[in-house]
Design a protein around this ligand. Structure first.
Ligand code: PLP
Length: 394
């Protein structure tokens, strides 16, 4: 693990960049071009007939984006990576590429909502799916069907912070010839490397911690050469959801400070959790720092740190209390997403019948508040949270 830290630091800062190629510039150029020209017809033919390996058109491969892809493949200890215009683009291109009519996808526990909605859309093409909630990875066996092609998980998940034993999931799937994919956005490639635990495919929303500054969108999929080449040819080339060179450059810049940002946020989230633990209005805190027993053992086996996203179940008596609580924040902003510099709060409860039914189906409490601890001074965040809790005493 210590060795990982050294290697990761080099990957985030220097690997796959060659300043000699660009006049000693310490950061790589943004190759802001739609196409690449050739002086020689044979070279053009070589490029156009194997676009995956050549710079021909930015909808295929671009030199700035390739630097990011190579870094992410190294960070995840995978063979190859392909980047996309968003995390959702990476997810949909991966699923679209890997399943066909008659296949079944097994989603376990709480995964990012739109990924599940995407699977629902695929039903019209004859793809089946089921979404199950399990405590122990062994329970997966009971939900596998004859036609299960892909097991898709998110661990930790970003609402309830469920985890699964990655090597167990991989073992169960491999013995039945089933592919495994994980959304690793929450743990980041710094703290969790699922491929080293036997998982086949790793997905990221680079929009979150990796880019880290809430100024760009991006997604990535990392796997073997074979799987990524297939995703390139189908999901990437036909979907066309390309990561732009500027976005790739911003993400490369974000990666340089990923480790240091995470370390600061880790110390902040510890203090915030300590405060929340002592608050009588908090019924439950969902965060890996508070895992106990077997859950803690599994987490420590496969994850080397924890990030600054958490959720809490608060003793709201009614929706008005939730509303007043959310309106009290002055430092935390109300907003979707997470992973940037700014601290955020949100609630999945929009107070409509349909929404509440959906939350129940996804095992998410209507009193849940999701908190993202950004890079602000921790004391300011503590004061802001305490101030919001004051509204519940009025
Ligand atoms: N995965 C997780 C866990 C997410 O939280 C999100 C976005 O919120 C995504 C994937 C999708 O990423 P993007 O917003 O970059 O499309």
């Amino acid at each position: 693990m210590d060795q990982w830290q050294k290697e990761d630091s080099k990957i985030c800062l220097h690997s796959e960049e060659n300043s000699e190629e660009y006049f000693g510039a310490i950061t790589p150029p943004i190759y802001q071009t739609s196409l690449f020209s050739f002086r020689d017809w044979d070279k053009f033919l070589e490029g156009i007939t194997s676009e995956r390996e050549h710079f021909v058109y930015t909808r295929g491969v671009n030199p700035t984006t390739k630097i990011l892809e190579d870094k992410l493949a190294l960070l995840e200890r995978g063979e190859k990576c392909k980047c996309f215009s968003s995390g959702m683009a990476a997810i949909s291109a991966t699923i679209f590429t890997l399943v066909k009519k008659g296949d079944h996808i097994l989603f376990a526990n709480n995964i990012y909502g739109p990924a599940l909605s995407y699977a629902k859309v695929l039903e019209k093409f004859g793809v089946e799916y089921s979404s199950v909630f399990i405590e122990d990875s062994v329970e997966l066996k009971a939900h596998i069907k004859k036609n299960t092609k892909l097991i898709y998980i998110e661990s930790p998940s970003t609402m309830n912070f469920d985890i699964l034993d990655l090597s167990k999931v991989s073992e169960i799937a491999k013995s039945r010839n089933i592919l495994t994919a994980i959304d690793n956005t929450c743990a980041t490639p710094i703290y969790q490397k699922p491929i080293t635990q036997g998982i086949d495919i790793v997905l990221h929303s680079c929009t979150k911690y990796i880019a880290g500054h809430s100024d760009t969108l991006g997604g990535a999929v990392i796997s073997s050469y074979k799987i990524i080449d297939e995703i390139f040819e189908i999901g990437h080339q036909f979907g066309g959801a390309v990561m732009g060179p500027i976005d790739a450059w911003l993400t490369i810049r974000g990666l340089r400070t990923l480790r240091q940002r995470l370390e600061y946020q880790r110390s902040s989230v510890e203090k915030i959790i300590n405060m929340l633990k002592n608050n009588p209005k908090v019924n439950k805190i969902n965060h890996p720092l508070l895992f106990e027993g077997n859950k803690k053992k599994i987490y420590e086996k496969q994850t080397t740190g924890y990030t600054s996203l958490l959720s809490v179940e608060i003793d709201f008596q009614n929706y008005d209390e939730l509303r007043s609580f959310m309106n009290a924040f002055k430092v935390f902003k109300l907003g979707v997403s997470w992973g940037g510099f700014e601290s955020l709060v949100t609630s999945p409860n929009y107070d409509s019948k349909e929404n509440l039914r959906d939350l129940e189906g996804r095992h998410i409490s209507s009193n849940l508040i999701r908190i993202y601890i950004g890079l602000e001074d921790t004391e300011c965040l503590l004061e802001d949270l305490e101030n919001a809790f004051e509204t519940l005493n009025k």
